[in-house]
Design a protein around this ligand. Sequence first.
Ligand SMILES: *Cc1c(COP(=O)(O)O)cnc(C)c1O
Length: 394
Amino acid sequence: MSATFSALHDLESKLHELDRRAQRRRRRIQQKPCGPEARIDGRVMLSFASNDYLGLANAPELIEAAREALPHWGLGSGASHLVSGHTEAHEAMEQQLARFTGMPAAISFSTGYLANIAVMPALLGREDEIFADRLNHASLIDGALLSRARLTRYAHCDLAMLGRQLEASRARRKLIVTDSVFSMDGDLAPLPALLELAERYDAWLLIDDAHGFGVLGPQGRGALAAAGLSSPRLILMATLGKAAGVGGAFVAAHPVVVEWLMQTARPCIFTTATPPLLAAAVCRALELIEAGDARRARLQQLIARLRQGLEALGYRTAASATPIQPVIIGENAQALSLSRALEERGLYVPAIRPPTVPQGSARLRVSLTAAHSEADVDRLLEAMREARTDMPSA
Ligand SMILES: *Cc1c(COP(=O)(O)O)cnc(C)c1O
């Protein structure tokens, strides 16, 4: 018979260790489409857990766009972009994305994760150096590691430290990489100052606008448009699964960069193009984003209402003017118990724990969307008030 399979045994004990540290996660089963009112594991709950910032994931216009595209395109694209999967719908989407972001060219990816593991390995190699904000999204760290370039991390938004690192670098090519809106804190990177450093030290600047696209800037054109920046050094990446409400991602940059990615980026070449009906839905989403000032204004009202309410209750908020509103708790177990107390009251607000956030900074991550109402925010605040008095040491 088989001897003890020790590798499997190791995994079991590691899973037990996660339980012991209150770090084991579980996937909650959603029984309704994305929206404020969720049914999760059989229970109706008010959800503050999606990145659907403009409430487009379920917009009738997008459903209609997909419905119209379905009989024309069917479902699968059938191949990668370079083989035969690049349809008119994808081509139109890329052109529209470039125009919308004010960038000279754009190329689509199947997900933001793939886009982020594509760019750095395509542009850099062993003799090069990447300078990354410590709080960057995991996909940017993975992309940096895959490139084999030296990875130097700077303290969160610490321009002085980054300047010293760039000054000291003897690398052949340099790239600075940052989230525009940090995904667990909701704060903004100092993009104009980062571009100045990129210019001074002859570096690329790669910006992950996953949480800014659709939300920031005039007509939701994103963080670069908000800051009014343009330069051939800029490489913009954003996902289409958050504010755009669909799925997929793109990179926009100088046409030479876009062409180079098309020729060499492995996550572009060796993956199947997304279903064309998604590209058609994205084109419609771009129109809704552009015409979405009312949705963005509503979102800002909800953000202000939530922050005022939380501060009045004595909760620790973060310096965030975006729909990502973390409530910093500290200990894992305490963040979990607050999240559970809210759940008992019919509210779904996930607790975020290390390693997603630094040790000792476990938090509730409230994320607001234009589909929420003021009454929804008030209900959350009321539940936070009650839950607080229940908490052991609050
Ligand atoms: C969500 C996210 C991604 C990944 O995008 P997907 O399209 O979901 O794969 C990348 N970067 C940041 C900052 C994100 O929040």
